[in-house]
Design a protein around this ligand. Structure first.
Ligand code: GTP
Ligand code: MG
Length: 370
């Protein structure tokens, strides 16, 4: 509502009316009665005094929203697992990813140019697909988690066999635990002379990781991103875990996903997007934060144009006039009008929320002075 009476606001905040009136006077409202009408902005300021976060309601809600979760997920088709690689600096995350990418069928088929991209989907030698995400230290990942996004299905915790558990290993563990996703441990660099696999295992156990060697159910795979040792095992473990998790999504309906990265390339503005539901195709209208676009084209990690991006795959999307922010949710709109209206609504909401915050800060400053 744009306006609210003092009586109704007091009730909404759960404060007895006579107490509320007294407190309003203390806040500087003069001769206030229960019938006084406050504007939405003023009401928000008062609400903030009571520890509420101000949000503004506007006229008709013209925003796009994600669909409700599926009623019976078990009847949906399987989708590729989304796997995030985490671990301490220099423990070999990128090397492992590069190895997986090079050994994938896609690369051999198209001979595409390998470029650095933080997310990609590959078809394994078994024909099964896996989507890998790098760069988890990313602010975008934190943003997505705060928004309750279940971006990843599992975490590969990379620990170098010659360095063992380090601060960022523990940080990664914390992330995995708070997002409640299962982990697979990849002990990397086992080709090195100084490798000490047992030390890594006991260090992990000491930090509460229930690894299989100690009777737990966390798989541990010894690998080398340099020689390729153990990489088939790692793939197999990922696919086995995915099978157990029974990861399914609807390939049709309005698509939903997340912006993982956003950048400017010679071909224009590009966003790397992870599709979670539905399928994105060229010509589709999508909204991300306060921007929208018609998809010009989709490309895989090898820079090869693809026709569509089904659930569980990561693609680059071209065609943005304004760049979306990493961490933003992507929602498909049924048509251009709906996309425009939704972004206009979001823009307005953003401006009004900012205005209220500014006003609140000014009032606070005034009160601090007084
Ligand atoms: P950041 O992205 O900086 O956190 O590092 P990262 O975890 O991605 O590590 P990266 O893959 O860049 O590897 C770091 C160094 O370790 C590089 O010099 C790699 O060549 C080396 N390296 C990675 N994996 C292995 C391995 O299995 N064996 C050996 N001997 N060296 C490796
Ligand atoms: Mg790296």
């Amino acid at each position: 509502p744009e306006f609210i009476s003092v009586a109704n606001l007091g009730a909404a905040l759960g404060v007895r009316l006579n107490v509320f009136l007294g407190e309003l006077e203390e806040l500087g409202f003069e001769n206030i009665t229960k019938d006084n009408i406050l504007t939405g902005e003023t009401a928000a300021l008062v609400a903030q005094e009571y520890g509420f976060e101000p949000t503004v309601e506007m006229g008709e809600d013209e925003d796009l929203k994600p669909r409700p979760p599926p009623k019976d997920p078990s009847s949906l088709p399987l989708r590729p697992p989304v796997v995030t690689i985490m671990g301490h600096v220099d423990h070999g995350k990128t090397t492992l990813l590069d190895y997986l990418r090079k050994s994938s069928i896609v690369d051999q088929e198209h001979g595409g140019i390998t470029q650095h991209i933080g997310a990609f989907s590959v078809k394994m030698s078994t024909g099964k697909q896996i989507t890998f995400l790098d760069t988890p230290g990313h602010a975008a990942f934190l943003t997505m988690r705060q928004r309750g996004a279940d971006v990843t299905d599992m975490v590969i915790l990379v620990v170098a066999a010659d360095d063992s558990v380090k601060p960022q290993t523990l940080e990664a563990l914390k992330h995995a635990r708070s997002s409640k996703v299962p982990i697979i441990v990849a002990i990397n660099k086992v080709d090195k002379e100084s490798a000490n696999v047992n030390r890594v295992k006991s260090d992990l156990a000491a930090h509460g990781v229930e690894i299989e060697d100690y009777g737990g159910d966390v798989q541990v795979v010894c690998v080398s991103g340099k020689t390729g040792q153990g990489m088939d095992d790692l793939e197999e473990n990922i696919l086995l875990l995915a099978e157990m998790l029974d990861i399914r999504a609807e390939p049709d309906g309005m698509a939903e996903g997340w912006v993982l990265e956003s950048s400017i390339k010679p071909i224009g503005r590009v966003a790397t997007v992870l599709v979670k539901r539905g399928t994105l195709r060229a010509g589709d209208y999508i909204v991300a934060g306060t921007v929208h676009t018609k998809i010009r084209s989709l490309r895989n990690e090898a820079g090869v144009e693809v026709d569509e991006a089904p659930p569980g795959t990561a693609v680059e999307i071209l065609g943005w006039k304004d760049p979306p922010d990493a961490g933003d949710m992507i929602l498909q709109a049924p048509n251009e009008d709906k996309a425009k209206i939704a972004t206009r609504y979001r823009q307005e909401l953003k401006e009004r929320t900012e205005a209220i915050q500014q006003q609140t800060q000014m009032e606070q400053a005034k009160r601090d002075k007084a």
